[in-house]
Design a protein around this ligand. Structure first.
Ligand code: 5AD
Ligand code: SF4
Length: 432
């Protein structure tokens, strides 16, 4: 029996895909192991979203090359977004990779690996218009939250983003498969599911839209919380707003990527909304959904962005008051529209200065928003041990991290916690 070890880089979608890969391999007589030293096949499930993700994988590959020198029969595979992005470049002798499989080729992995054991070097990077792995249940057995991928690929053409070229066209999974997966997870004890898609609110299967899919999942007994990520601001239909507001199982948290606050930059990014439209949507969501937490993604230093234009991003952040944000320096990616059209001309010093100021502003806002929670009681879904000794943590409905003294609660249990202190990233309290 061949043993396989899989390491994951990148987003939650990749974490999920690793589970899909494990299921496919286990069904084909591979043993899944947790330790690289005992594996005869080592797979890296990779990410291309920014240069540092890419660099980390290359560094890891150079270490794994030493493993191959010690144990020449080991098969080394690169799968996922970087495999799709770099394709056969990774098969070059100096990198030492034997197998390449893109995100739509995982069903072929057993075959590719068997052929590589026979001495070949193989790549399968065909993108599919239909593959959703709907019939493959991920290998997942414990925790508070489970992800369910409901749609794959992306038909938007955000000019900075590698995803359309690494993950291909949008396709939605059948709702029955999603509900069945939620039922299976509920029977395993999961209390929360997060529905995932690169562009999740574009979900559409026959006449089932995303709002209806969420409603169907919410009818699964045992599932008490539903989250989803990430929606695109271009289409946030009223029906979905109603579902978030009215369905008690759907968490009051929306991740709504802003990317930039200036209209010229938004246009060059091909985001299809303006600053005013974004702010109006954010305000509408906050007024419709009481207690809504809004989080976002922001890129600084997109090609040609001036200091003045960056100030527009700061203005939007001040106006919307996001509860939290992921902030990035622009990173040029191979195969994107921006790479072809716009030189990466904002200096690294300017990018660093902008991100430092942005992070500082957001920290103050997150602290202000978290401070408003002091004195209140929240139900926290426990995730595990906190960094501080004898403390555990969970998340409240709005996705805020809640840290409190260990009262014996296990991951997946709900605990009511009264908050007595806030930091920019956490709420600190005590079980009541
Ligand atoms: N450079 C910097 N950040 C990027 N993101 C996507 N592509 C790039 C890039 N080329 C960020 C976006 C996206 C998040 C997942 O990663 O903000 O929403
Ligand atoms: Fe996920 Fe994008 Fe990275 Fe692919 S490139 S793993 S979709 S973040």
């Amino acid at each position: 029996m061949k043993s396989v070890y899989v390491e994951t880089y990148g987003c939650q979608m990749n974490e999920y895909d690793t589970e899909i890969v494990k299921t496919i391999l286990a069904q084909n007589s591979f043993e899944i192991v947790d330790d690289v030293e005992s594996a005869s096949v080592v797979l890296l499930n990779t990410c291309s979203v920014r240069e540092n993700a890419h660099r980390r994988v290359l560094q890891r590959l150079s270490i794994l090359k030493e493993l191959k020198i010690r144990r020449p029969t080991v098969i080394l595979g690169v799968i996922g977004c970087m495999a799709q992005n770099l394709k056969t470049e990774l098969l070059e002798e100096k990198i030492g990779v034997d197998v390449i499989a893109g995100p739509d080729s995982y069903r072929n992995l057993p075959d590719l690996i068997s052929k590589a054991i026979g001495g070949g070097k193989l790549a399968d990077v065909l993108l599919s218009r239909v593959e959703t792995y709907s019939d493959v249940f991920p290998t997942k057995d414990e925790g508070a939250n489970a992800f369910i991928v409901v749609m794959r690929g992306c038909d938007n053409v955000c000019s900075f983003c590698v995803v359309p070229s690494t993950r291909g066209r949008e396709r939605s999974r059948d709702p029955e498969g999603v509900v069945e997966e939620a039922q299976r997870l509920a029977s395993m004890g999961f209390k929360q599911v997060t529905l995932l898609g690169q562009n999740v609110n574009s979900y559409c299967h026959d006449d089932c839209d995303f709002a209806e899919l969420v409603q169907s999942v919410s009818r699964v007994d045992g599932i008490r919380r539903i989250r989803f990520t990430s929606p695109h601001p271009k289409d946030f239909p009223k029906r979905l707003v109603d579902v978030v507001r009215d369905n008690p199982k759907v968490c009051s948290h929306i991740h709504l990527p802003l990317q930039a606050g200036n209209d010229r930059i938004l246009d060059k990014m091909r985001r299809t909304y303006t600053q005013r439209e974004y702010c109006a949507l954010a305000q509408h969501l906050r007024s419709e959904i009481p207690e809504l937490a809004l989080s976002t993604d922001i890129i600084v230093g997109f090609p040609t962005e001036t200091e003045e234009e960056f100030q527009d991003t700061l203005s939007v952040v001040r106006e919307v008051e996001f509860d939290s944000a992921f902030m990035f320096k622009y990173s040029e990616r191979k195969g994107t529209l921006a790479e072809r059209k716009y030189p990466d001309d904002v200096s690294d010093e300017a990018k660093t200065s902008r991100i430092t100021r942005l992070v500082e502003l957001q920290r103050k806002i997150s602290f202000k928003r978290n401070s408003q929670c002091v004195g209140r009681v929240f139900d926290a879904l426990v995730e595990g041990k906190a960094k501080k000794p004898n403390q555990i943590f969970g998340r409240n409905d709005a996705n805020r991290i809640v840290v409190f003294p260990d009262n014996g609660a296990k991951p997946g249990e709900f605990v009511s916690v009264k908050i007595h202190e806030a930091t920019p990233n956490t709420l600190i309290g005590k079980a009541v």
